[in-house]
Design a protein around this ligand. Structure first.
Ligand code: MLT
Length: 244
């Protein structure tokens, strides 16, 4: 058995295919926030790129059963309950609720590969959990998609793509094939930064953007933790993610 891994930096690079397994990464911060929300008992997260559509869907839910969260340019969207900080999705706020979420890049990436047979959201914090899920599915092709920033490369998502590939190469009983140069360089990136993840996130342009908006030290710490959650956020119907 062989697992073929391909990595795309941004949604626009992904060919129009329906992959068997797709893994979407947005370390800073959408997939980290999704993972923590599910860990803290959110019922589900529905992702949108279009804000009007999000509002129309959210309004159909009882006010005490929904949370609207998201950001544009790193800042909370006006009228929304929460921004996109993984620290804000506490048990008290999200337990049992449907989260309606839109972010600048992460939710777009999730929508881009929504026709995958299995779609997972991954940050560094649940890298091992997602990797073990992939191993258990014994599928031949896995597409990894970073979220980048408005169509451009991002350091932190490539770091996590490299972390995933590295875990699979080390822990899989079958052959792991790195199909493109993007993933080869992500592996090299992981080797370079794996003992200094926090610094890598702060060095990234989106890290610098967040730092310029305020004190995001705790967000950086949270997003840079490796393998600390056993949650695998999986799409259960188009656009809706639950813990698996
Ligand atoms: C995104 O989707 O672009 C990010 O999650 C932005 C952020 O840090 O909130």
């Amino acid at each position: 058995m062989i697992i073929n891994l391909t990595y795309y930096h941004v949604a626009n690079d992904v060919p129009e295919i329906s992959p068997e397994i797709a893994v979407v990464i947005d370390v800073l911060r959408a997939t980290t926030t999704i993972s923590w929300a599910l860990k803290n008992g959110a019922d589900s997260i529905q992702v949108f790129s279009d804000l009007d559509l999000l509002k129309k869907s959210a309004i159909k839910w009882q006010a005490d059963e929904r949370v609207m969260l998201g950001e544009r340019g790193g800042k909370k969207i006006e009228g929304f309950d929460l921004g996109n900080s993984p620290l804000s999705v506490t048990k008290k706020v999200v337990y049992g609720k449907r989260l309606f979420m839109s972010t600048t890049n992460g939710t777009k990436s999730l929508q881009k590969v929504q026709y995958a047979k299995h779609l997972f959201a991954m940050g560094l914090l649940n890298r091992r959990a997602v990797a073990e899920k992939i191993i258990s599915l014994q599928s031949e092709n896995v597409l990894i998609l970073g979220s980048g920033w408005e169509g451009t490369y991002s350091l932190e998502d490539s770091l996590a793509a490299g972390a995933l590939a590295s875990y699979l190469k080390t822990n899989c009983n079958f052959e792991v094939n790195i199909l493109n140069d993007e993933l080869q360089s992500a592996l090299a990136l992981w080797d370079f930064w794996k003992n200094d993840i926090l610094n890598c996130l702060k060095t990234a342009t989106h890290g610098k953007r967040l730092s310029s908006l305020g004190d995001y030290e705790e967000d950086f710490k949270c997003c840079s933790e490796l393998d600390c959650l056993d949650i695998v956020p999986a799409q259960v119907e188009r656009g809706v993610i639950r813990a698996s």
